[in-house]
Write a new protein. Structure first.
Length: 446
């Protein structure tokens, strides 16, 4: 069942990201789907005979419409390029605040009350979205996306007609089948629903730059999901972590993450650029997982958790870099593709680390032992550092000081290289007025 929903998350993230004509609506839909698991968990405690499948299925299906991917797309609509990575970091700081607060609630509240609190928090977010969150998608961008989809559908219809004509002479016996397959409205709808996620996913294969970014997102997603799923069980089994230790662990993760996202990420981004921020983040992840793997005392784990705050800068920065290299009409598409990669990584990462653990848990050495899976994860992060260094500066960084292309705001403020891009139609208008001024002095000087 997990594999089924993993595929569904992969495909539907792509599907809904390309249909976001009204992003607020899909944001609300994602929040509604996030409300259901908490409610089912509360019902399970009220009705002991209730099948747990209701909770697990609804929890797994929350990824069908990722409200976070919609939120990232909305942020990229309104933020300038140089503020996108820190802005997304502030969004993640809110998650980290919840992570730091949740263990305290778990220790002070009973399970039923905790389930209601979880439901209430998401419900408050749903109400605030209705009344306070504006629509960020500009009308002309929505119209452009709609026009592009209609043109794409028209091209597909034309290709289907050509295929029917080609099959008329070649396959007389199967003519009826091919005519229904290519001409039936139901078949067209089904084929488009199945093919669209994979077609939209092709944005990650647009060029070598996007392929590198997709690989980086895959590596960080694999390790992050593996740590999230397996770390607590490993610490409880190998280092005798108790409830208070786990609560302190989440508190450290949340507080250090908030400090890094709010106070460190923006100055560091201005100082070294987005490319080196990703490299530093991956390098921190390498050190953290290496410390997980060789730790024999709780203090080593807590020290690694403090450093782990820096490893959380990678995903917001990668998300911003991708958004900076696509048109405004493709923001939803690129965020959906990025979250599809993350969904795949969330299934592959824990399975891969679990496989390494099963092959090395019987050893008791420094490199070979129960912690080898984290040493392996640190190697994945190290590969990510090397791939990051291959990214071109002009596409990765937004600040010209670090080799980035000057933004429109920088050129208009005079901080760029003094060159301002002028649309061809505007340039033709200037030339027409200039030529007319030579014949008629009423136009004045241009």
């Amino acid at each position: 069942m997990n594999g089924f929903f993993l595929f569904k998350r992969f495909s539907y993230n792509m599907k809904f990201s390309t249909m976001m004509r009204f992003k607020t609506g899909f944001l609300l839909l994602g929040l509604i789907m996030s409300l259901v698991p908490s409610f089912c968990l509360y019902l399970l405690q009220l009705i002991p005979s209730m099948n747990p499948w209701w909770y697990y299925s609804t929890s797994a299906s929350t990824g069908l419409v990722s409200w976070l991917a919609v939120a990232l797309s909305a942020l990229n609509d309104v933020l300038p390029q140089e503020f996108r990575a820190p802005g997304i970091g502030l969004l993640f700081a809110g998650f980290l605040f919840g992570i730091s607060l949740s263990p305290t609630l778990a220790l002070t509240l009973d399970r039923k009350t905790l389930s209601l609190v979880s439901f209430g928090v998401v419900f408050v977010g749903f109400i605030m979205t209705i009344f306070l969150v504006p629509e960020t998608l500009p009308p002309h961008v929505a119209e452009e996306s709609r026009r592009r989809r209609m043109e794409q559908n028209a091209m597909e219809d034309e290709r289907d007609s050509q295929r029917v004509e080609m099959n008329d002479g070649r396959h007389q016996r199967c003519h009826g089948f091919w005519e229904i397959y290519y001409s039936s409205c139901i078949c067209k709808i089904v084929r488009r629903m199945v093919a669209r996620p994979f077609r939209e996913m092709s944005i990650l294969n647009r060029n070598s730059f996007f392929r590198l970014l997709a690989a980086l997102a895959l590596f960080t997603g694999m390790v992050a999901s593996g740590d999230q799923v397996l770390l607590i069980y490993y610490l409880e089994d190998q280092l005798n972590f108790k409830d208070k230790d786990v609560s302190l662990m989440f508190l450290i993760i949340g507080v250090t993450g908030i400090i890094v996202q709010i106070m460190v990420m923006k100055p560091l981004n201005d100082l070294v650029g987005e490319k080196m921020v990703v490299a530093i983040s991956f390098l921190a992840g390498t050190v953290v997982n290496l410390m997980y793997g060789i730790a024999h005392h709780k203090s080593t784990i807590f020290a690694a958790l403090i450093i782990s705050g820096f490893s959380q800068m990678s995903f917001p920065t990668i998300s911003a870099i991708k958004a900076n290299n696509v048109d405004s009409s493709e923001q939803g598409r690129i965020q959906g593709a990025l979250y599809s990669v993350k969904a795949l990584a969330s299934g592959v990462g824990p399975a891969m680390l679990q496989f390494v653990y099963s092959k090395t848990k019987m050893y008791h050495g420094i490199l070979l032992g129960p912690g080898t899976m984290f040493i392996f994860a640190s190697g994945l992060f190290l590969v990510g550092v090397l791939l990051t260094l291959l990214l071109p500066n002009d596409k990765t960084n937004t600040n010209p000081r670090h080799g980035g292309r000057p933004t429109q705001a920088e050129t208009s403020d005079g901080e760029g290289d003094g060159l301002v891009a002028i649309d061809d139609e505007v340039l033709d208008e200037f030339r027409r007025l200039a030529s007319s001024s030579e014949e008629d002095e009423d136009y004045g000087s241009i």
